[in-house]
Design a binder for this molecule. Structure first.
Ligand SMILES: *Cc1c(COP(=O)(O)O)cnc(C)c1O
Length: 424
């Protein structure tokens, strides 16, 4: 246990002792504004650019220029098996076997790809459970899957509602849903980390509950990957999907990823959408009419991947591999703990985190309790002081100190500028 102190000197001493401090230099920090350095606390929404990203993209442009079509086989990272340069590091970050993960598409597309295989309503077992505060894209994806199978979302979409006072999703409430209508539920689609509240869900327990109910479970890891430790293979969801532009720092709209549990990897390709990139590599270019399934999660690929938006993913994952998720998490607990300490020390009763202290990753979701203060105004005044956070309707300011590039002094500066924003 570290005894936090509310001083700049303390923050600086934490930075001096931080084994990951040199990583900050490997990222582009956004520009100064009005003479103020940027305090970037928005890595939960769009991670900063690793300097290595430009090098990787440039190398692909150069190989394309010099080799043309021959780059498929002869680029320094050949494009034909290009997605596999991401595989090992994605498997490490998600606690999976290499064959269970694949970098492809974007998150919502992958949710659809996975639901095409794993949402197979039969008889009365047709319903899908999401949380009532689900990210809109996940909700829309689920609504459309239900409709495509001839079901009405008003009947077949079940919502797990967070507790009204604490905002927490409570396991007892989900268990009550499963007890009540478990034999009508085909799929649970739930987040690893809830995007609005920052709550980390007990994924191992959720997977066990789904198994006991006889339904499938998929995890949306948008806010979990690169943030907290994951053990997908051991926890045993049927599938998972994620984007890479949040904590994984791979750039706007970068290529996402998906996980299919090993128990489903004897698939023959008849229960999913198909494209030529799911055909085994060896005979893909024979261009025959017969489909031969690629091994592992690679089978779910459709197209040849966008190399230029997969390059930054591969660059960024190499940084995670060096820093190590264990060390990142260790620092993250201290960074977010320091921020929580300063907020309680300076702003108790006025501004509070609704993120459960016992179940959180990098992010704190702040609500303004003091009715004399204008929450939206505070967010905007922070922004004017070059503090980058994000606003989520109706009244939450999300802040996420990120262990790869944020410092303890950033956290201290944030609270200083928050004082100024409140006075303004
Ligand atoms: C960020 C996020 C998305 C975004 O989906 P894209 O397909 O990448 O645009 C979807 N769902 C959740 C839970 C998210 O946090």
């Amino acid at each position: 246990m570290v005894n936090f102190e509310a001083t700049r000197a303390f923050a600086q001493s934490m930075d001096a002792a931080d084994p990951l401090r040199e990583y900050r230099e490997q990222f582009h920090m956004p520009m100064q504004r009005n003479g103020l350095s940027c305090i970037y606390l928005c890595g939960n929404s769009l991670g900063l650019q690793p300097k290595l990203a430009a090098q990787y993209v440039h190398e692909e442009l150069e190989d394309w220029a010099n080799l043309g079509v021959e780059g498929h086989l002869h680029a320094r990272r050949p494009w034909l098996p290009y997605h596999r340069f991401a595989t090992g590091n994605l498997a490490a970050l998600t606690g999976s076997e290499d064959r269970e993960v694949v970098a492809m598409n974007t998150l919502t597309v992958n949710l659809h790809m996975m639901m095409t295989t794993f949402y197979r309503p039969q008889g009365k077992r047709r319903k899908i459970v999401i949380e009532s505060t689900a990210f809109p894209s996940d909700r829309f994806a689920v609504m459309s899957q239900l409709r495509l199978h001839g079901h009405d979302p008003d009947d077949a979409l079940i919502e797990w509602v967070p507790d009204e006072t604490s905002n927490e999703l409570r396991i007892e409430d989900l268990q009550a849903i499963l007890d009540r209508e478990g034999d009508e539920i085909a799929l649970l689609l739930l987040p690893g980390v809830q995007y609005y509240s920052g709550q980390v869900l007990p994924m191992r327990e959720l997977c066990a509950m789904a198994r006991a109910t006889g339904c499938r479970i998929g995890l949306d890891l948008a806010h979990a990957i690169g943030n907290i430790a994951l053990e997908l293979h051991a926890w045993g969801p049927d599938f998972a999907a994620w984007c890479t532009y949040k904590y994984l720092n791979s750039g706007p709209g970068a290529v996402g990823g998906a996980f299919v549990h090993a128990r489903h990897l004897d698939a023959d390709g008849t229960q999913q959408l198909l494209g030529w990139w799911g055909h085994i590599e060896k005979t893909r270019f024979k261009m025959g009419p017969t489909f031969t399934p690629a091994p592992g999660a690679d089978l779910w690929q459709l197209s040849n991947p966008p190399i230029l938006s997969l390059a930054p993913v591969i660059a960024s994952l190499s940084i995670f591999a060096k820093a190590g998720m264990d060390r990142l998490r260790e620092k993250s607990i201290l960074l977010t703990g320091f921020m929580d300490f300063l907020l309680q020390n300076d702003f108790a009763g006025r501004i509070e985190s609704i993120t459960p202290a016992a179940a959180r990753g990098c992010q704190l979701s702040l609500v303004v309790l003091d009715k004399t203060l204008d929450a939206r105004g505070i967010f905007e005044t922070l922004h004017a002081q070059n503090v980058i956070t994000d606003w989520r309707e109706p009244n939450v300011i999300r802040v996420a100190p990120v262990p790869l590039y944020n410092s303890f002094e950033d956290v201290f500066d944030f609270t200083e500028r928050l004082h100024k924003a409140i006075r303004a």
